[in-house]
Design a protein. Sequence first.
Lengths: 373, 421
Amino acid sequence: MGLQVVKETEEDRLMTLSVGPQHPGSGHFRFVIKVDGDYIVYCDPDPGYVHRGEEKMAEYRNVIQNIPHLERPVIHDSNNITYAYSLAIEELMAIEVPRRGQFIRAIASELNRQVYTLYWLAIYGIFLGHSTMFMWPAGDRELFIDLLERLTGARVTHAYNIPGGVRNDMPQGFKEKCLSHIAYFEKRLREYEDIFYNMPLFRQRTEGVGILTKEDAIKLGVTGSVLRASGVPYDIRKVEPYDVYNEIDFKVQYMKTCDSFARSYVPFLDMKESCNIMRQLLDKMPDSGDVRTKLQPNPKGPPGESYRRVESGRGALGYYIVSDGTPKPYRVKISVGSFRNMLALNHLLVGNKLADMPSIYWSLNYWPVEADR
Amino acid sequence: MSYTESFRFGEFIGSVLWLVFWVLIIFSLVGLPLLFVVLFYVPLPPLGDTPLTPYLFLTMVVDPTRTVPIIKFLIHTDLFRVAAFPGFMYAALIAAATIFIERKFLAKMQLRYGPLYVGKVEGILQLMADGLKLISKEIIVPAAADKPIFWAAPVAFVAVAGALAALIPVAPGWVVADVDVGLLAIFAILGFFPLITLLFAWASNSKYPFIGGLRALHQIIAFEIPFIIAALSVVILAGTLNLTGIVESQMASYWFVFFLPISAFVFYISSLAELERIPFDLPEAESEIVAGWITETSGMIYGLIQLGTYVKLYALAALFVVLFLGGWAGPVIFPQEILPGYTGEKIYNPTTLSAIFWFTIKTFGVIMLMLLPRGISTRIRIDILLHTGWYKLIVLSFINMFVALALIYGGVLGPGGLLVR
């Protein structure tokens, strides 16, 4: 028996890296990647670390009791995730929301979109090693958290949207406070642009990286800012206006470069546009009136089904609810933007460098907890 | 209630007095007996002709006119030079100050407070608390690690950084090792860092340190060449490799940064890359490879590597000052006499003291400049980094080498040049 010669196979050159769930660049999520030198040749997303069975839990509670736990998957955007739920329940039970309630809902959802996007942006900054871009948005997020606290009484988990309207009316002086915070925030947005988006090193890293073409984006079914960054001007607020959004004049922000930079810049443009929307909402809002329709103590509607969706911070967020006529919903299914955007991860990472992994991954506007539900 | 609102000056003074009281008590109960014990057992050095006895030594300590020669004798020993002033303690003190300044500076930039509570005043003792915490932590060695190298590499890292600091002249005559080829010695010592990094990364036997170590190797090799060429143009102007000689030739004409701005820029960028600071912190890129080559460090192993990094930061900033900003050159700002009418032996040399002052001030200026990118910059990607190092910086540094040659052969600088005073 002599020495046996073993030839080096293609597989031997690869190094397998498990990114997450304890990796600083992953969140509550894991993806296994294989690198050949500095290039990623294989990627396997592995979600499910924070699955909480929200959909099943919703079948054991009545429609009002469902609200506080249905907002858990994405507490930074809790008004949007309960917005779609309330819309679907209202459709099932044929409830009409008072006009002032509709406006307050829209304002709360826009405020929450800012909170979410700032949080997302902060993490995007630190993923690229820019610690100032972590601290600034995380600090400015307090502006909107403060407003939401005045409005709803809680900093993050608001449970504010309920079928029939909103929980309580606006406090006095809210409108003025909101306008002043928006004015300050728009000034800060220009500073973000100077220190982050216009910085040559940031542009070098993100421009032309992780191209998701228009055809691929549509084929993979991505949504929200990722879809808009690929050149598709698709926003639920525009194509399927809910509540008062058809009275608001706003542009759908999109870019045609399809790269990581576009995917990071579109949410920023959305924040700018959201300030504009909030101003119009505050302007057009009726000064007095009911904010919600009184429901029965244990509301129930006729058997049936409904599907309603809203534009959340991460894209289209839809609820499919089936009712069998009892106070508890028969089935609740949530379609979230995060999960749909995650499907593009594999497509984008393969062929790129390891150093581009954080910038591509987080540009997908993915929130692991929401994707797992 | 916030910290600034609850701050009472009286309470602060009271706590300081309380601290002084306890220090005095402990000193007189423990320190003084220990001093006596030590004095009776340790042979004292002869002072001039008279042999020092413990009794004589103690009387001298009490008599100020006789204390001065003792102190003078002590600060001219080699041990003092290596351990304290131009050597390790000075470097480590500047490193400690740098860490604190970095944290406060970055915090102000990012609209937050930074260290605030430890030490009452703006958290000045935060570093001490962090050091104690690191010392008290368990050191976890990976099971499959190459243990001798894993333990040796952090110590070697600090030692090599200290060796770098030993070559820097702080004031005329105040340098640990005044070698004729000082600059060459510095490049030779800098060459050890990628080796130590790679050894430590390999010894950790883990994937992320391995990638980080390879990145460090690529990066340091790519930036070593523009680094050396940028320094070479200074050598052409000064005509010597001795660092003291380089400073003296700048004092004879003007600071070299006015003649060689591009070299200074290239040197600054390359130093950032050598130091693995943002935007060149790829070997420690957190979101990609956890913590790079220091992923497996814990406790004081991590502390040693941080200490080494900051001593290295001091050494490279000081080297920038020596090469481009005229070293200790500056006006004498300390008065010749400390007390009017004092006729005893001179307590200090005002020229040396102001030289040290200017050197420290300039070094801190350069250190601040090196800290700045951390607040305003993202991390660069490895291919862009290598492209920058191999193509752009080398070409840029050559430009100023030709400028230096032109200045020498045009008779502007060099022996008997136009601008030489």
